[in-house]
Design a binder for this molecule. Structure first.
Ligand code: PEP
Length: 251
């Protein structure tokens, strides 16, 4: 059966000492109880090695927020999937809307990144989601289906089975405006059906689909109670251990 997952996305926040302190705090909170879900933090590249050294990855998974679309070579400033793997991380966020919007990531680039991540034993947390205009026009289902088809449906069923999906309506990211639990469920059920149409019901039932977009301790339980919402990708609220753990405890 699919896993419930709460994953933090720290984005470009915290210095290394601040990040290490936050990771330690989250790790310590998790030592005190048995979470009913898998818990992951995705941190800036600079933080991966020192954070890896202070967490227990049996309790708290570690991921990067991106990786390059090439394995190695003359790509100044880029960080490859094998480099991420060598830090001890086992997850990577790919296709976040901020990367698509500000860094021009295309479906083609993302297919490369997904393939390289999988080749380096990194589990992709693959983000999809519509912008406000698309939701208002009523094209949000088509947009999300196209993002999944173009970014992921070239994969074999075995490889697709390693991917975690994150539905993040762009209008809800960092805006304080959360999708209602019904809106989230409607889209998650649609996404699961798209996966079933391509890979069959069993693969679809085993795929974890996280919700992301202004998820906080106060709304997490309602969202996670929906049958097709398998957890959350958490931005702002993952920067405070108490808030993040509050969301984990919503399961
Ligand atoms: C995100 O960027 O992945 C996200 C969900 O952000 P926030 O929780 O801050 O809306």
């Amino acid at each position: 059966m699919r896993k419930n997952i709460v994953a933090g996305n720290w984005k470009m926040n915290t210095t290394v000492p601040e990040g290490v302190a936050l990771a330690k705090e989250v790790n310590q909170c998790l030592e005190g109880f048995k979470a009913n879900c898998e818990v992951i933090i995705c941190v800036p590249f600079t933080h991966l090695v020192p954070v890896c050294a202070v967490i227990d990855q049996q309790k708290l998974g570690l991921g990067a927020e991106n990786c390059a679309d090439h394995k190695s070579g003359a790509y100044t400033g880029e960080v490859s999937a094998p480099m991420v793997e060598s830090t001890g991380a086992t997850y990577v966020i790919l296709g976040h809307s901020e990367r698509r919007q500000y860094y021009g990531e295309t479906a083609e680039t993302l297919r490369e990144k997904v393939a390289l991540a999988l080749a380096s034993n990194l589990q992709p947390i693959f983000c999809i989601g519509e912008v406000l205009e698309e939701r208002e026009k009523g094209t949000h289902f088509d947009v999300v289906r196209k993002q999944i088809i173009d970014g992921l449906f070239n994969l074999s069923a075995e490889d697709f089975g390693k991917v975690i999906l994150a539905y993040e309506p762009v209008w809800a990211i960092g805006t304080g405006k959360t999708a209602t639990a019904d809106q989230a469920e409607e889209m998650h059920a649609f996404i699961r059906q798209c996966v079933a149409d391509r890979y069959g019901k069993e693969v679809a039932e085993n795929t974890s689909i996280l919700y992301g977009g202004s998820c906080k301790p106060s709304n997490a339980a309602e969202l996670f109670a929906k049958p097709d919402v398998d957890g959350g990708l958490i931005g702002g609220a993952s920067l405070k251990a108490a808030d993040f753990i509050g969301i984990v405890k919503a399961f």
